[in-house]
Design a protein around this ligand. Structure first.
Ligand SMILES: NC(=O)c1ccc[n+]([C@@H]2O[C@H](COP(=O)([O-])OP(=O)(O)OC[C@H]3O[C@@H](n4cnc5c(N)ncnc54)[C@H](OP(=O)(O)O)[C@@H]3O)[C@@H](O)[C@H]2O)c1
Length: 271
């Protein structure tokens, strides 16, 4: 049976999901997008052959999507979510990817009988290598859960949690994680420059090293610790660097502090 999706917000994450759905074979005829900007809407129609509406009110009466997907910025949600309450039905699941916006928040905006799933994806979704963690409220049926799983598997892998609170840690680890890895590339490149390498070479070496090591990790059955030990000869050059990075105030202390700060911010956003 053809699934119907109404997507609110087609920016970086929204478009990554949209292109993943189309690639996975979800028919474009079943996908509608609420896009207020007419030029952007025209581009979406031309690129993906989807329907677009300028607002939720412009969606014809009687249209009852299987999924309403919220992919607008969290700070826009107060304006956006309540306008979709008209789609509320047991057969319609609201799926939000907005950081920090809780099930309780959506129950207030849409009514406490709404079927709600919260998801936290990450930006490698754009290359179908995202990882998403999801949490469902009790009104989500097993079929709706399976279908949500399918929607997010279109852009990578999916995990579920029974604890909504875990999503703050997820946001801090995998939600923001790609940015931490990009920063690692930047700081490695800068360290290479300070070690005397030409700028362009240092940039390229850092980028290829991180992406190549990521691919090696993905393809290997070994743990990251084993892979690290495999490239560390006793008393060699890598061992010297790791002694610095693994010192008491090294990378672990810094990353623990960074993830804790992000988790605290996610809790604050949840109110
Ligand atoms: N980026 C990440 O790493 C990441 C990771 C996990 C989760 N998320 C979540 O994903 C959500 C979207 O983030 P993003 O990075 O994709 O943001 P984004 O690129 O800014 O996309 C948001 C889109 O929503 C559109 N929009 C604004 N008001 C709207 C309305 N009333 N109706 C329909 N569309 C509207 C925006 O259009 P205009 O630009 O024209 O305003 C924009 O295209 C956020 O809630 C964020 O927390 C993001």
């Amino acid at each position: 049976m053809e699934r119907t999706v109404l997507l609110a917000g087609c920016g970086k994450m929204g478009e990554a999901m949209l292109s993943g759905w189309i690639e996975r074979g979800i028919p474009a005829s079943g996908i509608s997008i609420v896009e207020p900007n007419e030029q952007t809407a025209a581009n979406l129609r031309a690129t993906y052959a989807v329907s677009t509406y300028s607002s939720p009110d412009a969606v014809p009466e009687g249209v009852s999507p299987d999924f309403v997907v919220f992919a607008v910025k969290p700070q826009m949600m107060d304006l956006v979510a309540p306008a979709y309450a008209r789609f509320k039905a047991p057969a319609t699941a609201f799926l939000s990817i907005a950081a920090g916006k809780t099930v309780d928040y959506f129950e207030k905006a849409l009514g406490d009988d709404a079927v709600i799933v919260r998801a936290m994806p990450n930006t490698p979704a754009a290359v179908r290598r995202g990882i998403t963690v999801m949490f469902a409220n009790p009104r989500v049926s097993p079929d709706q859960k399976a279908a949500c799983d399918d929607l997010l598997q279109a852009v990578g892998s999916v995990e579920w949690t029974d604890s909504e609170g875990a999503l703050d840690g997820v946001t801090a680890l995998s939600g923001g994680g790609p940015a931490y890895v990009f920063l690692l590339v930047e700081v490695m490149a800068e360290a290479g420059k300070q070690a005397g390498l030409p700028d362009a070479l240092a940039d390229r070496l850092a980028r290829e090293t991180v992406s190549g090591a990521g691919e090696l990790l993905r393809q290997s059955d070994d743990s990251p610790a084993t892979l690290r030990i495999n490239v560390t000869s006793p008393a060699g050059t890598t061992a010297e660097a790791l002694a610095v990075l693994m010192a008491e105030n090294g990378m672990q202390a810094l990353m623990t502090k960074a993830v804790a700060a992000a988790k605290k911010r996610s809790e604050e956003l949840a109110g």
